[in-house]
Design a protein around this ligand. Structure first.
Ligand code: SF4
Length: 194
């Protein structure tokens, strides 16, 4: 069989096909590349943040934790020991590294004042104070103490709380304690219960 340079590039691009067409078994080479990529990394177990399935992931970070070294995420993969996904990730979850290592990712608070078209950069303290202020204002104005028949309800329905899909049962328990028992907020929902 004669193979042109173009054909060679074409078949090596699609890996598995090259194995059968050229007779080379590249399986161990691919395994080697993967091993080199995650050599000397720190493994951190986490949960995919995208949907309520709650797949387990392993984040590989490079960096020896020295003060002058900034850790870098070099690889994210499915956690083979996780009971939900057994190492598999869907087409969205497999792109997680691009979600984290991305120069367009927002890492600071952006605030757009009422009526303004401009975004301003603010501190986290500003954001927390602003949320606390608006939450108190909404509760002071909208808390329903009793229904039409005079039964005590203490219900705040003008504010909603939603937990993230990486929240554990324990975090969800605290959400209910803080927002329903503490602030009387009725609309409250979580995604995954991991
Ligand atoms: S990997 Fe896919 S299915 Fe699993 S939690 Fe992420 S988005 Fe959902």
């Amino acid at each position: 069989m004669t193979t042109s340079r173009r054909d060679f590039l074409k078949v090596t691009t699609i890996g598995g096909v090259a194995v059968s067409i050229l007779g080379f078994d590249l399986t161990s080479a691919y395994a080697e590349v993967r091993e080199m990529k995650i050599a000397r990394t720190t493994e951190t177990r986490s949960t995919c943040p995208y949907c309520a399935v709650g797949c387990g992931i392993i984040i590989h970070t490079l960096g020896d934790k020295s003060a002058n070294v900034k850790p870098a995420i070099v690889h994210i993969e499915g956690d083979a020991d996780h009971p939900t996904n057994r190492g598999a990730l869907c087409s969205k979850g497999i792109t997680l590294k691009q979600d984290v290592v991305n120069d367009r990712r927002l890492t600071t608070v952006k605030y757009r004042a009422p009526g303004s078209s401009e975004w301003q950069e603010k501190s986290w303290d500003f954001a927390i104070d602003r949320i606390a202020h608006l939450l108190k204002q909404a509760r002071d104005e909208k808390l329903v103490m009793a229904d039409a028949q005079g039964h005590t309800v203490n219900a705040l329905t003008s504010v909603g709380v939603i937990g993230g899909c990486t929240d554990t049962n324990e975090i969800n328990y605290l959400l209910v304690k803080a927002f329903r028992a503490g602030l009387s907020i009725i609309p409250l929902e979580q995604q995954a219960r991991i």
